[in-house]
Design a protein around this ligand. Structure first.
Ligand code: NDP
Length: 448
């Protein structure tokens, strides 16, 4: 991906030099800087006033030890992170990821992306991200609780409802948020909305669980309609079977599509009759089982070990909702060859740069994650509003806000792409529109 502006190209070289061995962070920064050349050409003040240099440097990185004891009394030590990337337009906001692959570079890439995504929602939230290289899979509830309490004992010193408000991400669902919030409340001696994605019994918002997946389909619906297409009658492949995937599948089905495949990190299921989502919810949300168990109850469905093959299944719309770089160039070529006309990113950065190039080159409608999956953080911000008001909206009201936010977001991104000479390029539009608001706030503050 070429960065045309000379200054931004040198800045990219400095980012690589100063952040060695962080390929995901480099990938995310390069993708954004490549889109911003026309913006800085028109507005050199963003370079002259140091905004571009500040933008690629997190405001603060917190890295800490997380010791905890398993059920056998053995001590484990994990590493925790919180990257407070940019607070120009509001308190840091972004999820916590518990997964063995977590490292500083991955959290930086996610925090950087989050800054633009949060800006695109139109709500007053800055960008942050955190997590730990802890794997909750196979751990008892008591072990997960002890880990979460130890993690929060340190994290609580750095967060708060007006400072930094974490939420869930991979490996951090309602169980983990419960343990984390309980410990935060105990340590701070305050009942404040310092986390989102909370349970409904203790300050959560209706529709937060559904928000990322539903929001993804609302965004996709706007994009498809503007191209004279829709979900109605379309065949859809969804990767993952976690929070985002499940509710993307639910809304796509509501919109008249047939979802024929879902996956987890072990493999994927193909169900020619359409995915039985109640069964997937039972397996994943209740039994914490593997997706391979799906075929025990659905004899016409097939299970295939390994994730990559899911993109070989013919579909009209692909919704990658598992993890970063899960859809590579070969997968993109297979999608194009099979007649796929839209790829909408539910996970953060699921397409490799080469895959994006193939898709855009073939005229596939492509919705980048920082725009398409912003519904989750948008409803998190609505959860913060409700916590501050000490008053809760019903499901329909939150869902209506979400629909409006995703419609406006789509229009804003499409308009920015048009304004800067890249009509139809939603990736460029998202980077530009997300950047402008943050950059203007940074300009107003001077050097801080
Ligand atoms: P979950 O933990 O609920 O689900 C993740 C799903 O992806 C699981 O099916 C998991 O399989 C699979 N997966 C995870 N890692 C890998 C991997 N390395 N290879 C293949 N499959 C993998 O997470 P979420 O649904 O919350 O998050 C999914 C994506 O969406 C992430 O990129 C996240 O950053 C992004 N996102 C999430 C938001 C939210 O509100 N939750 C908001 C915006 C973005 P297994 O169970 O086997 O690990």
């Amino acid at each position: 991906m070429r960065i045309e502006n000379e200054y931004l190209s040198q800045l990219m070289e400095r980012v690589v030099r100063r952040n060695p061995a962080e390929p995901e962070f480099h990938q995310a920064v390069r993708e954004v800087l490549a889109s911003l050349s026309p913006v800085v050409d028109r507005h050199p003040e963003y370079i002259e006033e140091g905004v571009m240099d500040c933008l690629v440097e997190p405001e603060r990185i917190i890295k800490f030890r997380v010791p905890w004891e398993d059920d056998q009394g053995k001590v484990h030590v994990n590493r925790g992170f919180r990257v407070q990337f940019n607070s120009a337009i509001g308190p840091y906001k972004g999820g916590l990821r518990f997964h063995p692959s977590v490292n500083e570079g991955i959290i930086k890439f996610l925090g950087f992306e989050q800054t633009f995504k949060n800006s695109l929602t139109g709500l007053p939230i800055g960008g942050g991200k955190g997590g730990a290289d802890f794997d909750p899979k196979g751990r008892s509830d008591a072990e997960v609780m002890r880990f979460c309490q130890s993690f929060m004992t340190e994290l609580s010193k750095h967060i708060g409802p007006d400072t930094d408000v974490p939420a869930g991400d991979i490996g951090v669902g309602s169980r983990e948020i419960g343990y984390l919030f309980g410990q935060y409340k105990r340590l701070s001696n305050e009942f404040t909305g310092a986390l989102t994605g909370k349970g409904l019994a203790y300050g959560g918002s209706l529709a937060r669980t559904e928000a990322t997946g539903y929001g993804l389909c609302y965004f996709a619906d706007n994009m498809l309609r503007s191209a004279g297409r829709s979900f109605e009658g379309a065949t859809v492949v969804v990767s993952g079977s976690g929070n985002v995937a499940i509710y993307a599948c639910e809304k796509a089905t509501d919109f008249g599509a047939k979802v024929v495949a879902m996956s987890d990190s072990g493999g994927y299921v193909y169900d020619p009759d359409g995915i039985d989502l109640a069964l997937v919810k039972e397996l994943k949300e209740v039994r914490r089982a593997r997706i391979s168990a799906y075929v025990d109850s659905r004899p016409r469905a097939e299970y295939h070990a390994g994730c990559a093959g899911i993109w070989q299944i013919p579909c009209h719309i692909a919704l990658p909702c598992a993890t970063q770089n899960e859809l590579d160039e070969g997968a993109a070529r297979a999608l194009v060859a099979n007649g796929c006309y839209a790829v909408v990113e539910g996970a953060n950065m699921p397409c490799t740069p080469q895959a994006t190039e193939v898709l855009q080159g073939a005229g596939v409608l492509y919705a980048p994650s920082k725009a398409a999956n912003a519904g989750g953080v948008a409803v998190s911000a609505l959860e913060m509003s409700q916590n501050s008001m000490r008053f809760y909206w019903d499901f329909a009201e939150v869902d209506e806000h979400l629909r409006t936010i995703m419609r406006d977001l789509y229009n804003n991104v499409a308009a920015a792409a048009e304004r800067y000479g890249r009509p139809g390029d939603l990736a460029a539009g998202a980077n530009i529109a997300g950047f402008l608001k943050v950059a203007d706030a940074m300009l107003a503050y001077g050097l801080v």
